[in-house]
Design a protein around this ligand. Sequence first.
Ligand SMILES: [Mn+2]
Length: 320
Amino acid sequence: MIPVPDELVRTLKHGDNFLVTSHVKPDGDSIGSMSAAGHILKSLGKSFDLYNESGLPRKYTWLDLPAEIHTRPPSNDFEWIMVLDSASPERPGEYIADRLKKTPTINIDHHPDNPDFGLINWVDPAFSSVGEMMSLVAKQLDLELSGPLAHSIYLAVVSDTGFFSFGNTTPGVLELTAGMVRQGLDPGKINPLITNQWSVGMIRLHGLALQRSEFIDNGRIGIICITREMLKNTNTGPEDCEGLVNMLLKVSGVKVACTLREDEEGRVKISLRSAGEEDVSRIASSLGGGGHKNASGGIIDAPMQEAREMVIARARRDIE
Ligand SMILES: [Mn+2]
């Protein structure tokens, strides 16, 4: 059975003008799946624009994009908006949230809490990444998974599976990747481009943050509070905290890992991770956020210390 909805394939074939977007502060799956969608539309000879409110993060500038990623919508005149990897219509930012009311939308996502906000919805949490879903779209359209299209899909897949280490590393993901390697994708060349993009400030920030890590509740909860001062002193930004929360899971016995990042006075971004059966999405949703079983997050409108207490209390209850 082909899981790609007929309606989606028909729309890609018969539609002409697409705006492709994804959530703000894009990760590897957002950028990879946007790029893959663009390469697919380009192969079909369609007009399209790529748009992300936050733009292309510097660490992904090596990727061979099918078109520039605009930080402002290049026009208001689109037949379709394709929203990728976004659990809600608000995730791509204000412009899109507003625009979606007026323009037919294709919603392709793998977040379990996605409410099917599109006219065409393909939402399936069984997929590791939206990049993996785009690979099936490409196959359905008889496109070869090689070159820049394969690089885009690979970036998406390794970003969301933690380089094939998380529980979402299915036989399908491994077979997809094997196929792309057979078509010429070289993991030895592409992996360093993906992983070795740190600045000196970023390594200093991680050092500082790890130094201040706390292990509480008999070592079952690992927690790091990242203040604005720490970012300022290391000349880094919120995006440089990526991966820090996963470090906490390296400590034996940690069931729930959490970073709290002070984005502004009284507003804290939380990131939660777990390995195995512990479901951190329950903790996240009880705090107004959401996400996946082993990786989720949200925003708490409270000062850092208060937010820290809330997360600890909720995690304690959940582990028991
Ligand atoms: Mn994703």
